[in-house]
Design a binder for this molecule. Structure first.
Ligand code: GUN
Length: 297
């Protein structure tokens, strides 16, 4: 079986292209979609993500401010900044880059982002609306996975989707979306995690695998059935003696699934480009909602 590589770029390009006229018509009435990104400390991967986000906003002629805070900042200081951003009518989206340094309680901080500007979809109000089937902001990575499935016409309804990983960022919202009775959902969903006794016994029965455990090369060819569609959400830095000092690898051992799977997303170049694109979508949606609420401007 030829295994199709589900590249993120064409999906991302077509979504970004469709955003351009929407941004233009907002501009005509004086609204420029604006993201405020908050990053604490100097985690190298987070620095790269935040830089890429800023560049994507610039390319779409949207605005983004990056607030860089020292590792030893207090929760109160972060909350004060979030309060200012929540009340700034020019800001349509607020994102707190994760992970946060361990001394900061991420729940307290994520709960302090206004649900109306929570373009990551991490606030409990937005997670609740998602579970209810009435989403306000869909978390960007699971949203990007849905867009890849849609673009490549991978059937979802009635199939067995196995999610590996139960994070709040990917696994749990992915479950809510795939299980939901709507055009891109209606799957039978199994969610596996570090407490799962025999992971292969589940992945072997999957029609769709969403690998989001953050464990390099965890899913191998001997754990899957022929014809499965695999979405690899993992972006793991594996140290080596290359010039960069590391190589990016997914949660799926790609070579070993080629020829068995129907399709697989590459790492890098699969789900990765989608996350920022869906952040653009959420921020433009937020700015458009603002347009309807005269009080915002
Ligand atoms: N860290 C890893 N993924 C994400 C994400 O989607 N949003 C934020 N804010 N932080 C992350």
């Amino acid at each position: 079986m030829d295994t199709l590589l589900l590249k993120g770029k064409p999906v991302s390009d077509s979504i970004r292209l469709a955003l351009e006229p929407r941004v233009q018509s907002l501009k005509e009435i004086g609204i420029i979609p604006k993201l405020a990104a908050v990053i604490v400390g100097d985690d190298p991967a987070s620095q790269v993500y935040v830089r890429n986000k800023a560049r994507a906003f610039e390319n779409l002629q949207c605005e983004s401010d990056t607030h860089r805070l020292d590792t030893d900042i207090t929760v109160e200081e972060v909350l004060t900044l979030l309060d200012t951003l929540n009340n700034d009518a020019a800001v349509h989206g607020i994102l707190v880059q994760l992970p946060l340094p361990t001394q900061l309680d991420s729940k307290t901080i994520l709960h302090a982002v206004s649900p109306k500007k929570d373009v990551d979809g991490f606030h409990p109000e937005n997670l609740g609306l998602l579970l209810e089937g009435n989403p306000n902001f869909i978390p960007c990575t699971p949203y990007g996975v849905l867009e890849i499935l849609k673009y490549y016409e991978i059937p979802v309804s009635g199939r067995h989707a196995v999610i590996v990983g139960r994070s709040n960022i990917v696994g749990k919202p992915m479950f809510a979306l795939l299980a939901q009775k709507f055009e891109m959902g209606n799957a039978t969903v199994t969610i596996c995690h570090t407490g799962t006794k025999d992971l292969a016994a589940h992945t072997e029965r999957a029609d769709i695998i969403i690998a989001a455990a953050g464990a390099p090369n965890m899913i191998t060819g001997n754990m899957i059935k022929e014809g499965v569609d695999i979405i690899d959400v993992g972006i793991n830095r594996v140290e080596d003696d290359s010039e960069k000092g590391y190589t990016l690898v997914g949660d799926v051992n790609r070579e070993s699934v080629m020829g068995i799977a129907n399709s697989v997303t590459p790492v890098p170049g699969g789900v990765g480009p989608m996350t920022i694109t869906m952040l653009l979508v959420n921020t433009v949606n937020s700015a458009e909602k603002c347009r309807k609420l005269i009080a915002c401007h």
